[in-house]
Design a protein. Structure first.
Ligand code: PHE
Length: 340
């Protein structure tokens, strides 16, 4: 029987069919109910007991080889069929369902684009921050309401570890590690302990800008933000500054843009004022520069920050912030045509 097995092994190896039919005949010859394998296995009982185990193993090997050969040949002939002439390669492909970008990503990308064009780099930092980067270095005094448990999420009751409430923390990290001139924008997710409503959410995205160099003035800040407003909201957009207060800037201001929906006439969105509040800004407080070991006598700078959701809501006329985080496909697929 050992010689027979050897002979069949050679036969399997040399088998070189011209088509699928020959492969099928070969399969029946070896693997069929009355085929070679069945016959050989039936003959096993006549083999001497001492040799039976070894011959059995060789038979299994032979069976595997035959099956492997059949499988290989079938694949080979199937592929040949696919590439043969009955496939029309010029037919259009099945349409691919493409997803849409999220409105927050669309606005994020557009803002990155606008500021990159005037030389701002992009910097990112951790969402879980320490007190120093989120508050102390930013001149925010210990008794400031923003530090309250009601306003900030603290991690594991450790007052030193918190979810950042703004991306100004990234600016501290940049000022600590780089020397002026610094021109950077820091987009990212922030968290505040807010009651969720149509206008506020406990997490949102922010976008902050920072420019530090010699002789940077408020005029530079105004011109930079004017450029941004015109690029983002359109050429006819007007801007207006109102005095404000932030612990980390002095002087501080809030910037409004003329309502891009009613063109300043007054509507529901601008609460009939003709103006929309979009960002906070100011000249970086010298204390903040000194906290980051930057000489405040030599350098000055400006900073600004805005909420990406707010800008997305204005751009796409969305009146409830919650829809931005519900992942409802009926809402999201409306943004398919936005390319950025
Ligand atoms: N960090 C401020 C906020 O979250 C925004 C801001 C940034 C204001 C930079 C002034 C300068 O509201």
């Amino acid at each position: 029987m050992v010689d027979e097995i050897k002979k069949f092994l050679e036969e399997i190896e040399d088998f070189d069919p011209k088509d699928k039919n020959e492969v099928e005949d070969f399969r029946i010859r070896y693997m069929g109910k009355k085929g070679i394998m069945a016959e050989l296995f039936a003959g096993l009982k006549n083999v001497e007991t001492d040799n039976r185990k070894e011959v059995g193993q060789q038979l299994n090997l032979l069976k595997n080889k035959a099956q492997q050969k059949i499988d290989e040949l079938n694949v080979k002939f199937e592929q040949a069929e696919i590439t043969s002439s009955d496939v029309d390669l010029s037919l259009p492909a099945e349409p691919l369902e493409l997803g849409a970008r999220h409105p927050v990503s669309i606005v994020h990308n557009e803002i990155v684009n606008i500021f990159s064009r005037i030389g701002f780099t992009i910097s990112e930092g951790p969402e879980i921050e320490d007190d120093w980067h989120n508050f102390t270095a930013l001149n925010t005094p210990e008794n400031h309401p923003a530090r309250d448990m009601q306003d900030t999420f603290y991690v594991e009751k450790d007052p030193d570890v918190l979810l950042r409430t703004h991306t100004s923390s990234v600016q501290i990290r940049v000022m600590e590690s780089e020397k002026p001139p610094i021109r950077t924008i820091s987009p990212g997710r922030c968290y505040r302990n807010e009651t969720i409503s149509a206008r506020a959410h406990c997490f949102f995205h922010q976008f902050e800008g920072l420019y530090i160099d010699e002789n940077v003035s408020f005029a530079d800040l105004k011109q930079t933000l004017y450029y941004f407003a015109q690029e983002f909201f359109g050429e006819n957009t007007d801007i207006k500054f109102r005095p404000s207060f932030f612990p980390f800037t002095e002087p501080s201001a809030e910037m409004d843009i003329s309502c891009n929906i009613c063109k300043g006439e007054g509507c529901k969105v601008c609460k009939h004022t003709g103006w929309l509040e979009i960002l906070g800004c100011g000249m970086v407080d010298p204390n903040v520069l000194e906290n980051c070991k930057i000489d405040s006598k030599k350098y000055s700078g400006f900073a600004f920050g805005m909420g990406i959701e707010r800008i997305a809501m204005l751009k796409f006329q969305i009146d409830d912030i919650r829809v931005l985080f519900e992942n409802d496909v009926r809402f999201l697929k409306q943004f398919k045509s936005a390319i950025i």
